[in-house]
Design a protein around this ligand. Structure first.
Ligand code: AMP
Length: 554
């Protein structure tokens, strides 16, 4: 794009986009909207107005503990009311919210607390023992604020002060003069789940969160509005819960928070009793819920949109939910680095019924603010024709330009983020991802999409889950290994699965190595952990059945 010299300036006011303005608006104009938190055997409720008052008390208390400027305040919490209060209070007082993944390995957790230099950590009592294990390695942390019942003796011997959340805020004023910020200042940070090496920090700005929240609410986003209630299953410690909390505050969408009760039974009960209209979670949550609903039907009819992202949503899962439970799944793609919303699969005009499926199984349309291009292995641009494949690169106002205090030149090129995701884009902007670049199976000079094989396998009625990884092969370089979890009460053998696949993929792509496993290992954010499967194979820890390969290699 070219710029005209001495361009005429606009007459518009320069008002910063800030979390403070979302807090002020949401907690007053939408003061009667609610946040409902699961307690395991029931729920507790608060209005947005209550949450606003308590957020102000928390901000006053944090100031009292000495939190100033852009200091980092960590949260080690599940999805609940108090976590929402921290989401509002910390950035709106000018500090930086750092959400810590409660499922990270201790070493990585210690690394990110130390790297971000968190001065205070707000922690759920139930998660305290995990946090306690690493705090000795985190000298920056001066205070831990504990939410709910806890055994605080696990913190004995540590050089820091421990406070009970309710005691700490009890006598604090319930108003706070929220801070005017430069909209480009950091508001929150999140570390990527880090498949290899140390996790990388992404610092979101007030502006990026504000703009992203608007996109989440839009009709081609997740369509949030004041008449909706959103079930926030995607953890608030993973990519800011897809931006749902701030978006909901912006437009008055009530929120239902499952806290730590994430197994299918309590989730199904929560849906039946609280009647959310929108929900968001990774495919593994929905796969488990589907099995539960099939065995024990409950009323999930309130849900009009179920957003699934974080990893590829198997088309079979979408179809099963639609046909058996009347639930409409919307596929979305994003990354920690993209705030995370990149694309959402809302249908084009006039497309309905069976015609919709070719669209619905894609990752959807990249949104207007997320500029995109596909780059081939030789660095040339790949046409957006729906079939040519390349690495997806993106740029935009809510896409990170770098990692926090951690150069990674490989990830950033020429002002663009290299996503590491490989796929095609149609002329009308629908993205179809075939793989992560590191998961594509390179067999004899041809590429096999592990995701395509997984989706085809998971369409088999006896298959609960399936993960496919490339393993070394003398003749072909790499060949697919399929690890399959059989649905309870079903039986199936390799020959049957190969015959099923043969109708869906080219014969040279058929895996010859197979393992039946109890569960696909998952990462800390619920994705298939392919690195663990590769290692199990390399260590000889998988019982592998091997058939003849393409051209007779075995
Ligand atoms: P994270 O930063 O942990 O959210 O991981 C981001 C990565 O998850 C992306 O780069 C993709 O590889 C993967 N991902 C997210 N959403 C999808 C999706 N709908 N389909 C396939 N992969 C996805």
């Amino acid at each position: 794009m070219t710029r005209v010299e001495a361009q005429m300036r606009s007459t518009m006011q320069d008002v910063p986009l800030s979390i403070a303005s979302i807090v002020r608006y949401g907690t007053t104009v939408h003061g009667s909207s609610e946040v409902v938190t699961s307690t395991g055997d029931g729920v507790r409720r608060a209005t947005f107005a209550d949450v606003g008052r308590r957020a102000a008390q928390l901000a006053n208390a944090l100031r009292g503990l000495g939190v100033t400027g852009d200091q980092r305040v960590g949260t080690f919490m599940w999805n609940n009311q108090e976590h929402l209060e921290a989401y509002l209070a910390v950035p709106a007082m000018g500090a930086v919210l750092h959400t810590l993944n409660v499922r990270l390995f201790p070493d990585q957790l210690a690394y990110i607390i130390d790297h971000a230099e968190d001065v205070v950590v707000l922690a759920d009592g139930s998660a305290l023992p995990l946090l306690a294990k690493v705090l000795a390695q985190c000298p920056s942390v001066r205070h831990v604020v504990v939410n709910g019942a806890a055994d605080i003796s696990v913190l004995d011997g540590l050089d820091l002060l421990v406070h009970a959340w309710e005691d700490l805020i009890a006598d604090q004023p319930d108003t706070f003069d929220w801070v005017e910020v430069d909209e480009h200042d950091a508001a929150a940070m999140c570390y990527t789940s880090g498949t290899t090496g140390n996790p990388k920090g992404v610092a979101y700005s007030h502006r990026s969160i504000y703009l992203h929240s608007m996109q989440v609410c839009m009709g081609d986003g997740f369509t949030l509005n004041a008449r909706d209630t959103v079930l926030v299953v995607v953890p608030m410690f993973h990519a800011m819960a897809w931006g749902l909390p701030y978006a909901a505050m912006m437009v008055g969408t009530s929120m239902v928070m499952p806290d730590r009760f994430l197994t299918p039974e309590p989730l199904a009960q929560l849906i039946e009793s609280q009647r959310p209209t929108i929900a968001g979670a990774v495919p593994t949550i929905w796969t488990a819920l589907l099995a539960h609903l099939d065995a024990q039907p409950s009323d999930v009819s309130s849900l009009r949109n179920v957003v699934v992202g974080g990893s590829a949503c198997p088309p079979a899962l979408m179809k099963a939910f639609e046909e058996r439970h009347g639930l409409h799944i919307i596929h979305a793609w994003g990354m920690t680095e993209t705030s995370p919303l990149g694309s959402v699969c809302q249908l084009p005009r006039g497309v309905d019924g069976e015609e919709a499926w070719p669209y619905r199984i894609t990752q959807g349309r990249l949104t207007c603010a997320v500029q995109h291009r596909l780059v081939g292995p030789d660095g040339s641009f790949v046409p957006h024709d729906g079939t040519s494949v390349g690495e997806l690169q993106v740029r935009g106002p809510w896409v990170t330009a770098s990692y926090y205090h951690d150069d990674d030149p490989e990830k950033f090129h020429d002002g663009w983020l290299r996503t590491g995701d490989v796929g095609s884009i149609s002329a009308d902007g629908f993205l179809t991802l075939t793989d992560r670049s590191k998961d594509v199976i390179k067999s004899g000079g041809e590429w096999i999409s592990s995701v395509e094989l997984e989706n085809a396998l998971m369409a088999h009625p006896a298959v609960a889950e399936a993960s496919v990884v490339g393993v070394p092969d003398e003749r072909w370089g790499e060949r697919p290994l399929a690890s399959v979890v059989v649905r309870e009460g079903e039986t199936v053998d390799v020959e049957q699965l190969r015959a099923f696949l043969a109708e869906r993929v080219a014969s040279w792509q058929l895996p010859e190595r197979w393992a039946f496993i109890d569960e696909v290992p998952k990462t800390s954010v619920g994705k298939f952990d392919k690195k663990v499967l590769r290692k199990r194979y390399a260590d000889g820890a998988l019982a592998v059945q091997t058939m003849a390969g393409p051209g007779g290699s075995g």
